[in-house]
Design a protein around this ligand. Structure first.
Ligand SMILES: NC(=O)c1ccc[n+]([C@@H]2O[C@H](COP(=O)([O-])OP(=O)(O)OC[C@H]3O[C@@H](n4cnc5c(N)ncnc54)[C@H](OP(=O)(O)O)[C@@H]3O)[C@@H](O)[C@H]2O)c1
Length: 315
């Protein structure tokens, strides 16, 4: 067990650490957990690249971070994960502008939106949360290989308990679309992608981690009505009577821990929550990682399906 837990903040995780000289690339860096992770890491001297789909929002995030960390070493890059053209362009731009990435934090996400599609026709949650990050990670891999720390953190969620990936109908063409079912599948895909990355790149010293950050009130709930939010909180507290929200600094702690913890050195393919590696658990509604999310056969199947859907293959 690490010394940290549910209430730890990103700043507490980084206490005593010096991140100067390290380059961190964070998707969804203009909001919520991504922005806070960027702020905390910049405060420790890291060169932080905030990726987002809207330059105006990125500029606001830079101002907000600089109001707390005036000398923050920040850059921004636009990337819409719901468009492969945008992902390819951002990947090419990143390779031109940056020499390396030490820590890649695939943090962006969309939750429980109405049935929508990406520019390439993928169902929006799988398309943004997994397929966009799959393609982006391929483009950024040479930069990660050039880095020293070589860690990739993929934001998953306890929502992965909802369902495994449906390989027969990833875009909900024949299945009735249920917003949280789609979210759950996409968040399982984030864990399986972590397992797939570890299998392919672990022996090159590139280690990958999936993270459940906790329950945090951010912009993620934007697609839910007040009634739907209340119903979600009721479901969560029924399953977990001890549930409490995390603050955004607490919510950013586990991804910060996965990216920097000394005790994870040389290990990967792991799912973390509350600043610890989670137990494999197929029953608990309020903790742990499901076996199906760590299944190496499903991870290979997802890898092949993702390559086929995106047309992107890792060298
Ligand atoms: N908050 C929680 O309780 C919770 C729980 C479990 C897991 N998570 C995971 O934590 C991660 C961060 O979420 P958050 O709570 O910080 O939510 P948030 O404040 O809504 O941040 C999500 C970020 O993802 C970006 N994004 C969405 N669609 C995008 C796209 N097509 N292209 C590029 N960027 C896109 C958003 O950009 P815009 O601002 O432009 O929309 C925003 O920057 C997500 O992966 C989420 O699934 C959160």
């Amino acid at each position: 067990m690490s010394e940290f837990g549910h209430d730890t903040t990103a700043d507490e995780v980084l206490e005593g650490k010096d991140l100067s000289g390290k380059t961190v690339f964070i998707t969804g860096g203009n909001s919520g957990l991504g922005q806070e992770t960027g702020r905390a890491m910049a405060a420790k001297g890291a060169h932080v690249i905030l990726a987002g789909r809207d330059q105006g929002k990125l500029d606001e995030a830079v101002s907000a971070i600089r109001s707390e960390v005036p000398d923050a070493n920040l850059e921004t890059i636009t990337c819409d994960l719901a468009s492969l053209d945008s992902v390819h362009a951002a990947g090419a731009e990143a390779n031109e502008r940056f020499d390396k990435i030490d820590l890649l934090i695939n943090n962006a996400g969309v939750m429980a939106c109405p049935k929508m599609h990406t520019d390439d026709g993928f169902e929006m949650q799988l398309g943004t949360n997994h397929l966009g990050h799959f393609a982006l990670t391929k483009h950024l891999m040479p930069l990660v290989e050039a880095g020293t720390d070589k860690r990739i953190v993929n934001l998953s969620s306890r929502g992965h308990h909802i369902a495994p990936v449906d390989f027969d109908d990833p875009n909900f063409e024949s299945t009735d679309y249920v917003p949280f079912l789609s979210y759950g599948r996409s968040k399982t895909a984030n864990v399986l992608f972590t397992v797939g990355l570890e299998k392919r790149f672990g022996d090159k010293g590139i280690h990958s981690y999936a993270v459940h950050p906790g329950g945090i009130q951010t912009n993620l709930g934007r697609h839910m009505s007040e009634e739907e939010s209340a119903a979600l909180v009721e479901r969560v507290t029924e399953n977990d009577p001890g549930f409490s929200w995390k603050t955004i600094p607490q919510g950013a702690a586990t991804q910060t821990w996965a990216a920097t913890a000394d005790e994870l050195e040389g290990k990967g393919g792991l799912y973390c929550e509350d600043c610890n590696v989670a137990e494999v658990d197929d029953a608990s509604p309020n903790s742990g990682v499901r076996t199906y999310a760590l299944d190496p056969v499903a991870a290979d199947k997802l890898w092949a399906m993702s390559e086929e859907m995106t047309g992107v293959t890792f060298a």
